[in-house]
Design a binder for this molecule. Structure first.
Ligand code: PHE
Length: 338
């Protein structure tokens, strides 16, 4: 019996030394210490050993089991450690590999300019209103003192949907819509798309305007000048001068067209300003009492100003773009420059 135990121990030790994997270790464990294991078998035959020898043989058996178990555990630890090492290595991150770049988009230059100008007016307490692009003739013309069949409608090359419905030719169409729903004081801007049947280097059939108007008691032309001066100085810098020229719009009286000193040549004269040193940028005026009548306001009580600004125009001057058609073309080579 003792010889058997000794040779089982040696066999197990040999096999453990030759084991190549965790699976081998488990197999060896089963072979020697499992329910039908070689050493386990010796425990079962302890009953046939003479009674007086049993404690001693039992102790030797226990020692043999502890010996094999500890060899197995040691080898198992070694395999586990190397396995962990291998899996960590295989998941190693190479921080020097260049990343993959996801190109980030950005806002269209027209949107940028619209947002910038809107923010200036919001900081002055103006609210933002919107109106429909498919508009009733009434709000686009009639309520703004363009009588039906009046030649002043020719100033704006209108897309007609039907006799009464047009694509709005200007954001001034929002004025009476807002006045009908609100009473003064009003400080409003209305940015958006407008449509005119026109196309060349400085005209596209769809472009953007920003309408602004202010209605209250005692609003004067000087308020208009102050607001526009602040706007132009914020957008183009404080060195930019403004020039008010008398003009005509049916819905303002008096009316003005406003030029700024050419931002390209500082007023010296260049191809952008046609050698004049000035660039037309806005239409404006004091709101015509006829408009208040249409809106149901008392024209004796209220005064106010309105202006309309072409956004593409501003963006062209700000970014030095010489062809307005680039804006709606969506050519990435153009858009990526902003
Ligand atoms: N709506 C005019 C245009 O598009 C501009 C304007 C707006 C003029 C407000 C006066 C007052 O030409």
């Amino acid at each position: 019996m003792l010889n058997d135990i000794e040779s089982i121990k040696n066999l197990a030790q040999d096999e453990i030394a030759r084991a190549g994997s965790l699976k081998d270790i488990n197999d060896i464990k089963a072979k020697y210490l499992g329910r039908k294991g070689l050493l386990t078998g010796k425990f079962h035959s302890l009953g046939s050993v003479p009674r007086e020898d049993r404690p001693r043989i039992g102790r030797i058996l226990n020692e043999a089991r502890n010996f094999i178990e500890s060899l197995l555990r040691k080898q198992e630890d070694i395999f586990r450690a190397s396995e962990l090492d291998r899996s960590l290595r295989s998941r190693q991150i190479d921080v020097t590999v260049p990343g993959c770049f996801i190109p980030a988009g950005h806002l269209h230059p027209v949107t940028r300019v619209l947002d910038e100008i809107s923010a200036i007016f919001v900081s002055l307490g103006f609210t933002i209103e919107e109106g429909p692009e498919v508009e009733l003739d009434y709000y686009n013309f009639e309520a703004l003192n363009f009588p039906r069949d009046h030649p002043a409608r020719d100033m704006q090359d209108t897309f007609f949907i039907s006799d009464d419905v047009v694509l709005r030719t200007h954001t001034s169409s929002v004025q009476v819509r807002v006045m009908e729903k609100n009473s003064p004081p009003l400080r409003v801007i209305a940015p958006g798309k407008v449509y005119r049947c026109d196309a060349d280097v400085s005209h596209i059939p769809m472009f953007h305007q920003l309408e602004g108007f202010m209605v209250d008691r005692h609003i004067r032309f000087s308020d208009l000048k102050g607001v526009l001066e602040l706007l132009i100085h914020r957008v183009f810098g404080r060195d930019t001068s403004l020039r008010f020229r008398p003009s005509f719009f049916p819905f303002t009286e008096p009316s003005a067209e406003i030029d700024i000193s050419c931002v390209m040549c500082n007023g010296a004269g260049c191809h952008v300003c046609g050698g004049t040193g000035w660039i037309e940028i806005l239409g404006a005026g004091m709101i015509n009492p006829r408009v208040y009548e249409k809106a149901g306001y008392d024209p004796e009580r209220y005064t106010g100003f309105a202006f309309g600004l072409g956004i593409e125009r501003v963006a062209m001057l700000k970014y030095g773009i010489d062809d307005i058609r680039l804006f709606p073309e969506n050519d990435k080579r153009f858009l990526e420059q902003f």
